[in-house]
Design a protein around this ligand. Structure first.
Ligand code: HEM
Ligand code: HEM
Length: 191
């Protein structure tokens, strides 16, 4: 199992980071939406703490992922991919990376400006990003919520594009991210 990516397939580390991030973000969004509607009580406090710890963990994974992306190779687009599609995918990926950082950082900023402490899984206290400030608190809250919905919309688009490649174009884009041996299918028939 190759750790590094090749021109045909994502490596084991890139795939692990991609799918761990997908699961983690789904969990964090689910917790975020659920916890805000809970009645005030011990379960609400525990769920908020869990949401924040999971979010901080995802921030760490996002940083590792970006560093690995700088060192790693990446698969080539399938033969015959139109230029606009390649550019649209590249732009979506840049936005997704940006949101992977913006979401936890805006949550952390909101928590700091609200004057709440931040403890990662009852193990470490994390520093404040800002002093308590009601105006900053409101701004960071809005940023966090809008960033979350933008992320959800982009991921739906991104997953739909991956399925379109697999089912309609019948190329190897999704197979390469699932770690299947290429070439499973080719877009162009062999000469
Ligand atoms: C069911 C959900 C998902 C599917 C089916 C999926 C599928 C894929 C596939 C096939 C690729 C490779 C694209 C290529 O080679 O051009 C990819 C790349 C990527 N995915 Fe996903 N993905 C999903 C969820 C997510 C989530 C939740 C995120 C993060 C917010 C994400 C972020 C990315 C990024 C940033 C890349 C580009 C990787 C790079 O160039 O370094 N994906 N995804
Ligand atoms: C990638 C990680 C994260 C994701 C995907 C995420 C997502 C969400 C979502 C979907 C909500 C509900 C928004 C709504 O009310 O409509 C939420 C709320 C919240 N998040 Fe996050 N979050 C993340 C990280 C963090 C972090 C790291 C912190 C703090 C350190 C944090 C603190 C909060 C707080 C305090 C709320 C409640 C806001 C309120 O009571 O209205 N989040 N988050």
């Amino acid at each position: 199992m190759a750790l590094q990516s090749t021109p045909f397939r994502w490596g084991a580390l890139a795939r692990l980071l991609h799918w761990a991030m997908a699961l983690g973000l789904g969990y964090a969004v689910g917790l975020g939406l659920w916890m805000t509607d809970l009645p005030v009580g011990i379960q609400k406090i525990k769920t908020y703490a869990l949401h924040k710890s999971v979010g901080i963990t995802l921030l760490g994974i996002a940083v590792i992922r970006l560093l690995w992306r700088l060192l790693d190779d990446r698969p080539l687009p399938p033969p015959g991919t139109p230029r606009w599609q390649h550019r649209a995918a590249g732009l979506t990926h840049v936005l997704l990376y940006g949101l992977m950082l913006l979401l936890p950082l805006s949550g952390w900023l909101y928590n700091s400006a609200a004057g709440f402490p931040l403890r990662w899984f009852k193990l470490w206290n994390l520093p404040r990003l800002a002093e308590p400030d009601p105006a900053l608190k409101a701004l960071a809250h809005d940023l966090h919520v809008y960033a979350a919905w933008t992320l959800v919309a982009l991921v739906v688009l991104h997953a739909a594009a991956a399925l379109e490649h697999h089912v309609v174009d019948r190329d190897d884009t999704l197979n390469a991210m699932l770690g299947r041996q290429p070439p499973v299918r080719r877009k162009d028939p062999p000469p």
